[in-house]
Every structure is written in C-alpha cells, then in structure tokens.
Design a protein around this ligand. Structure first.
Ligand SMILES: *Cc1c(COP(=O)(O)O)cnc(C)c1O
Length: 392
C-alpha cells in the first residue's frame, strides 16, 4: 500500500504487512534464528548485500521488519530500526551517530536512565553531555560547542510535563549542523510526529504506549535512511535487537494505538480538571490545561495533552504517600503507558537518585505524584484518588 494515501488509523492496522507462502491474514510470528540459501552463490550474494533477503535474525527478521515498517509509517519516517528496549534505542542512536570527542546538549528533564547512560557510560568513552532547560532555547544555544553533534529532548517531560518547542529546536539544530533527537515515548506518533516538526531522529520505548498493555520491552529508532545507517550497523553488530515475539506483540499493540491514546487523553484531561478544583491539591501539571505554562505550544505540537498527569498535594511526602496508600485499584508502580492506571511518588522512586538540590532545581517536590491514566472508567479512577485526597 502507498502510505501517503492513508490516515494514521488505517496505517496502524495495515501498514508493513508482508505475507508468507501460506497467505496468512494476520501478521505471522517468525521464530527462527537463521534463514536458508538455495545455493552457495545465493549465500554469497546475500552476504555481499547484492541480493535482498534475510540471513540471521540479529540482522533482520520478517516479524521485526513488519513492526519497523508499520511504526515508520505512523511516524512518517523513511526508516525504522527496532531495538530490545527503549534504552538500547538511545544507546544505538548515540553509538551510531557519535564518536569520542563529540558533545551532546540534552534537556535536564529526561528519563533517569538516559541521564545515567550519558553521564556514566558514554561519558567514559569521551562523549560529554551538557544539560539545559527543556523550555529555554537560549540555554541550548549557549551550551553549544564546536564539537556539539546532538541535541536530545523528551517532550512532554517526566514527571512535570514540561513541553519543549521541537520546531524551534530543529531550526537551531539545522543552523548549527547538529542532529535533533526526540524521545517520543509520552505522546507516541498518535499524538505527536517530531520528524514532521523538523527533528532528525525519533526514539521510542515501545515498552510504554506502543504495546500499551505492560507485557514486554522494546524500542525503536526512526529517521532518514542516511541518518540510520550507522545506528543499524551498531545494532546488527552489537546485538541489542528486538525479539520477533516482542515485535509481534507490538504490531498488535499499534493496531489500537490511536484509540487507546484518545481514551487515555480524554480521561487524563477530565482527571486533571477535577484535581485542579480539589482543595487538597496545590498544583496540577497537564499540558491540556489552560493553566499549563506551555499550553498553547502543546496544543500546536500535540493532538491532545496526553495520558500523564502530575499533581502536588498539600502536606508534602506524608500526604502524597497517604494518597498512594489509600488506593485500592490503581497500581503502585513506576511503569506508565499501560491499560491499567499507575501511580508513582517520584521523589522516593524514579527521581530518588537525584540530590535534594537537583530535585529542587528541577521543581520536583515531595508532595508530587504522577498518574499515568489507564483505560478504566474515569469515575473509578477519580474515586480511587478521592479516597486519599478527601481524607487529608
Ligand atoms: C521507559 C522510558 C525509556 C526507557 O525505555 P525501556 O524500554 O524501559 O528501556 C526511555 N524514555 C522514556 C521517556 C521512558 O519513559
């Protein structure tokens, strides 16, 4: 099918399908580590890259390829390479695009393991990272050095849902000859398409909304053929590639992505509005609320405010823990992007490795809670939070 002729709902269900000799209707799961050649000459041609086709599942696998093509269609990307997890997508991006002596400018508000990866792992190989404000483009410009090769941003951010101006960052990156990488995990292509805003690379943790049902880990890197050549080369050689089984689950997850994201978003907006009017809530962070500092930008850049709501309760950590411990239905877990609503207390879990000063600078206070709104009824989600909030 010609992807340009179809809407995102259709691409999510039909893009990327290739059928075997059995003409199966649903996408097949190919559990094979290697592939046969019909002759010595064919083996040689395959290895030389003169004849297309599979060799070994660390290089390519038909089920993984179907997932890659479907996600590429949804993100509007020339190419997608799938990875074993979101973190290996980010690792592969860095290993594919950078060399010792290069420099990264990254938003301060990115996933904790990404900060660890930049500081403690690739930092050891001579790639330095400077962290800047997600919302002040002047800080990005000021942090640039002659050896800067990569901008890295996540929007909206976790847990405070700060929104970065992707199009403005892309203009700056282009002027400087720097590649802009966007972690599109929180929005998914159903809500935001960073490549169409000028970004060079999109990375995903497919573990979150792309699966949407909390089953398996996976990731992906998307961009132009040229940009992704080195990323693919790293994956094929080093091996943190996606398993066929996980790709098969993600293919099915993508079919309902748009429906799920719309439902997550509608409930998140309703929850955010209710929380904003609750007397025990100090402040609500949700890009879909007019009170959000980047509300207009968010509504230009994203289709909805997304499925994640953060809010600060009055009374600090004790009050926040009381709300968490008063839930009977919502899952107390650090994961997000699941059909099941989850609640997290960032300062004692996901952001506990930051020093109190770092957290204060980032605006992550002890009363803050993050809810990743699931697909249960909004009435039940609200009631589960009201039990703790009303008792404060
Ligand atoms: C979870 C997450 C990652 C890492 O993905 P894994 O699949 O857990 O490796 C990266 N970025 C963001 C924004 C995430 O939420």
């Amino acid at each position: 099918m010609n992807n340009e002729d179809y809407d995102i709902e259709t691409l999510a269900v039909r893009a990327g399908i290739s059928r075997s000799q059995f003409n199966e209707h649903s996408e097949a799961l190919f559990l094979t580590s290697s592939y046969l050649f019909n002759s010595a000459a064919e083996a040689e041609a395959r290895f030389r890259g003169e004849q297309p086709g599979n060799i070994y599942s660390r290089f390519t696998n038909p089920t993984v390829t179907m997932f890659e093509q479907r996600l590429a269609a949804l993100e509007g990307a020339e190419r997608c390479v799938a990875t074993a997890s979101g973190m290996s997508a980010i690792l592969a991006t860095v290993m594919g695009l950078l060399a010792a002596g290069d420099h990264i400018v990254a938003s301060r508000s990115i996933f904790g393991s990404t900060v660890q990866l930049f500081n403690n792992i690739i930092g050891r190989f001579g790639v330095e990272t400077t962290f800047v404000s997600p919302t002040d483009i002047g800080e990005w410009q000021a942090a640039v050095r002659p050896n800067t090769k990569l901008f890295f941003v996540e929007s909206p951010s976790n847990p405070l849902t700060e929104v970065s101006d992707i199009a403005a960052l892309a203009v700056l990156a282009k002027q400087l000859g720097v590649k802009l990488v966007v972690d599109n995990c929180f929005c998914s292509p159903a809500l935001q398409q960073p490549l169409s805003l000028g970004a060079d690379v999109v990375v995903h943790s497919a573990t979150k909304y792309l699966d949407g049902q909390g089953r398996v880990l996976g990731g992906a890197v998307l961009g132009s053929h040229q940009t992704l050549e080195g990323v693919y080369g790293f994956l094929r050689t080093a091996g943190p590639t996606l398993s066929a089984f996980n790709a098969w689950l993600f293919l099915k997850g993508l079919e309902t992505l748009k429906l799920r994201m719309d439902a997550h978003s509608a409930s998140a907006l309703a929850l955010a509005q209710w929380l904003e009017s609750h007397p025990q809530v100090e402040r609500v962070y949700y890009p879909g609320l007019p009170s959000h500092p980047q509300h207009e930008l968010a509504m230009r850049q994203q289709r909805t405010g997304g499925g994640i709501v953060a809010f600060e309760v009055k009374g600090g950590k004790d009050a926040a823990w009381k709300v968490v411990d008063s839930t009977r239905m919502i899952s107390i877990t650090a994961n997000l992007g699941d059909a099941k609503t989850t609640i997290t207390h960032p300062t004692t879990t996901t952001h506990s490795r930051m020093t109190p000063e770092q957290r204060a600078n980032a605006g992550i206070r002890d009363g803050l809670l993050r809810v990743a709104v699931g697909l249960e009824s909004i009435r039940d989600i609200r009631n589960d939070l009201a039990r703790g909030l009303d008792a404060l």
